[in-house]
Design a protein around this ligand. Structure first.
Ligand SMILES: *Cc1c(COP(=O)(O)O)cnc(C)c1O
Length: 391
């Protein structure tokens, strides 16, 4: 049986997205900046996609800028906050310890350019506390950037409260909502969000396309200079097929959100039921404030990498945490931020679901994970040591 449970890394392109892309890949190949009719037809597709993406997050189409994905949107939002702050002599940024590397590495680069960065604790449950944000804001603070939902453990942050605090204190608020958009309801007005990043391939759209929402009045700082596309804020001929695919995917995800979320939650609960009693295992992150489809567990005495490879041999695609850090043997910065001990963090497994999964697959995953964990423990000196110490 082949089972894909790595939807937090990327998702399968939906049929609706593919169908929407087809005419733009074949007939409507004009450049949206061209003045002739073919260009203008392309432009109509582009602006319809902008309306669809805006509607999905409660924004105005003029507030949506298409980018090459979540990473670029994060970079541009954070550089904008930093640049606008520096103009007023404010060079302090607040974020959290378990952000995506697109955020953390942009912040390290800014530190080298003279900004100071406070990374807030996420506690054992993997949730930033709004009052910690309030306490960390100083007269120097220009930007707060906190992710909506974590990509490794799936915990959802109190975005509306954090946005309210930032608004009241006159500090710009950006959220990396790449894991959240298309999965849980997002409304940029209601949640007091100034800038938001989203990425198509996390909700069954194509890879290499995303968007940055920036509230009206926020003058974005360019990170790609050139032509006047995206109202002068992001140069380069638009990836129209991908943008149109993203719009179709976001419409579909929004329309089916309730139904998908209910189905996915049932499947995730089946995984939890099946795996929670495995000896010396733990579920990482708050059990209530979380995305429907993401489950992250640690199994003591084994290596996450070995677990993944043996699951792969059984046809199961899973992850030990973030796809972006796989290849390095360092334990996940997210699990360490939660206070999970290094040796336990090494034995992590992330299973992330989508509406394309089935209950039957969940039963197969439970059975396979149990088999592989007990096999790896049977050959693990670390496990032997743990059992010896128990006696
Ligand atoms: C996937 C992901 C990104 C990066 O998005 P890309 O479109 O792959 O660049 C950023 N943040 C989070 C939380 C993600 O899950």
């Amino acid at each position: 049986m082949n089972v894909y449970t790595d939807n937090a890394a990327t998702t399968k392109l939906s049929r609706a997205a593919l169908d929407a892309m087809e005419p733009v890949l074949t007939d409507v190949y004009g450049n949206p900046s061209s003045l002739h009719s073919l260009g203008q037809r392309a432009k109509e597709y582009l602006e319809q996609a902008r309306e669809d993406v805006a509607a999905a997050v409660g924004a105005d189409p003029k507030e949506i800028y298409f980018t090459s994905g979540g990473s670029e949107a994060d970079n541009q939002a954070i550089r904008t906050g930093a640049y606008l702050g520096a103009k007023k002599g404010k060079k302090h940024i607040i974020s959290s310890k378990f952000e995506h590397h697109a955020v953390l590495h942009t912040l390290s680069a800014l530190e080298k350019e003279g900004f100071s960065v406070t990374l807030l604790d996420v506690y054992e449950n993997g949730i930033v506390r709004a009052k910690d944000v309030a306490n960390a804001i100083t007269d120097e603070t220009c930007l707060v950037t906190i992710m909506t939902a974590n990509n490794e453990i799936g915990t959802v942050q109190p975005i509306k409260e954090i946005g309210e605090i930032c608004r009241a204190r006159g500090v710009l608020f950006h959220t990396d909502a790449v894991q959240a958009v298309g999965h849980i309801p997002i409304d940029v007005r209601d949640m007091n969000i100034d800038m938001l990043s989203l990425s198509a391939h996390k909700f069954h759209g194509p890879k290499g396309t995303g968007a940055l929402y920036a509230r009206r009045g926020i003058l974005l700082k360019n990170i790609i200079d050139g032509g006047a596309q995206e109202r002068g804020k992001r140069a380069g001929t638009e990836n129209l097929p991908a943008i149109v695919g993203m719009a179709a995917a976001i419409k579909e995800a929004t329309a089916n959100m309730k139904e998908n979320s209910a189905k996915i939650t049932l499947m995730r609960n089946r995984l939890i039921e099946g795996l929670k009693d495995v000896e010396r295992s733990r579920i990482n992150g708050d059990m209530n404030c979380r995305l429907p489809g993401t489950l992250n567990m640690c199994f003591e005495g084994i290596e996450g990498e070995s677990l993944l490879l043996l699951l792969d041999a059984k046809g199961i695609s899973a992850s030990s945490g973030s796809a972006c850090t796989s290849g390095s043997l360092d334990p996940s910065h997210v699990l360490l931020a939660l206070g999970v001990p290094v040796e336990i963090a090494h034995g992590s497994l992330r299973l992330s679901l989508s509406e394309y999964n089935t209950m039957e697959e969940m039963d197969y995953v439970v059975k396979s994970v149990k088999e592989v964990v007990s096999y790896l423990r049977s050959i693990s000196p670390v496990w032997d040591k743990i059992k010896m110490e128990e006696k």
